[in-house]
Design a protein around this ligand. Structure first.
Ligand code: ADP
Ligand code: MG
Length: 303
């Protein structure tokens, strides 16, 4: 179990993270979300022991994770970190990069492990390719595989699919997160993409104003987003009568108190996102069919 107790940190005078406490169990998947600049990357760096804390403690099991002031070498065998700069060896091949830290005493095992990981990150056909010729997304996948090579107990991933195109992203996400679950590896994933969270994360932390605003399951937070910030992470939403209502929770009916005028319609694939004016306020709802500008619609809130 990872335990973070009352962690506070500032780079210089301005505090970035204040009094954070949370736990991650073995094999658990935790998402850390928050706006750009909210401190997600900083938190992962701290968990890895890159910086000294101003206050607080971090433990993996009984081992305290210490910053550079108390620890000569950053990094542990039980913990791997895939940061946003991948730090690969450009002039050797993909498989050599992945196997870099695997022992040559067991060539069979090394080969097997590398093959397995190439498969997880869907890079089998690039095994013999030099890393310097790869795209950003491919490099990101090599970095992931290398971090997994020595089977850590916990892995920290900073926006792990940010450079990967939409064609590959969905299947890669499933493959990597399934691998981590199967091997019972705890993971902490910093992200601003709800697709990285829904269907994968057990727990989700929202960083806001230097603190943990909420810590709960994605399902609970989705169904009851306490603040607009949380709702906005999950999708298009409105505040109607002081309540947060997702765009898909509004439905067109024949007559209601919520009379609105259509302002714009966005094609979204299997639905249209309709922007309306409701008593001077902009409101969004989802509808199977399109509307014309200035059409009048009556809306109701689905419970
Ligand atoms: P996120 O990953 O959520 O976008 P970061 O952890 O990168 O956020 O940044 C949090 C805050 O700390 C930001 O205000 C950022 O400008 C600042 N910051 C990040 N890295 C450094 C650094 N090395 N030195 C000083 N300030 C930094
Ligand atoms: Mg970041």
């Amino acid at each position: 179990m990872l335990k973070v107790n009352n962690l506070s940190f500032s780079y210089n005078k301005t505090s970035v993270l204040k009094d954070l406490s949370f736990k991650v169990r073995q094999g658990e998947h935790l998402s850390v979300i928050g706006e750009s600049g909210s401190g997600k990357s900083t938190l992962l760096n701290l968990l890895f022991g890159e910086y000294d804390l101003n206050k607080g403690q971090i433990f993996w099991k009984d081992k305290e994770i210490l910053g550079p002031k108390y620890n000569l070498v950053v990094g542990y065998d039980f913990m791997k970190y895939v940061s946003q700069d991948f730090d690969l060896m450009p002039f050797i091949t993909v498989e050599e990069n992945i196997g870099k830290h695997l022992s040559n005493f067991f060539p069979e095992e090394k080969k097997e492990r590398t093959t397995e990981l190439l498969n997880v990150v869907e890079l089998t056909e690039f095994a013999k390719t030099k890393v310097k010729t790869l795209s950003g997304g491919q490099k990101q996948r090599v970095a992931l595989a290398r971090a997994l090579a020595k089977q850590p107990e916990i892995i920290l991933l900073d926006e792990p699919f940010s450079h990967i195109d939409n064609f590959k992203k969905q299947s890669l996400r499933r493959s990597v997160f399934k691998y981590l679950k199967d091997k019972n590896i705890a993971c902490i994933v910093a992200t601003h993409d709800k697709e990285d969270v829904l269907g994968f994360a057990d727990t989700m932390i929202v960083l806001h104003n230097q603190k943990i605003a909420v810590n709960n399951s994605p399902e609970t937070l989705y169904n009851n987003p306490k603040t607009p910030l949380i709702a906005s992470f999950f999708g298009e939403f409105n505040v109607i009568n002081d309540k947060i209502i997702y765009a898909h929770q509004l439905k067109v009916v024949e007559k209601s108190d919520l009379k609105a005028t259509v302002k714009h319609a966005y094609f979204k694939g299997h639905y249209f996102l309709i922007e309306v004016d409701l008593k001077g306020k902009t409101v969004f709802f989802e509808n199977e069919n399109n509307f014309k500008i200035n059409d009048t619609v009556y809306l109701t809130i689905l419970s």
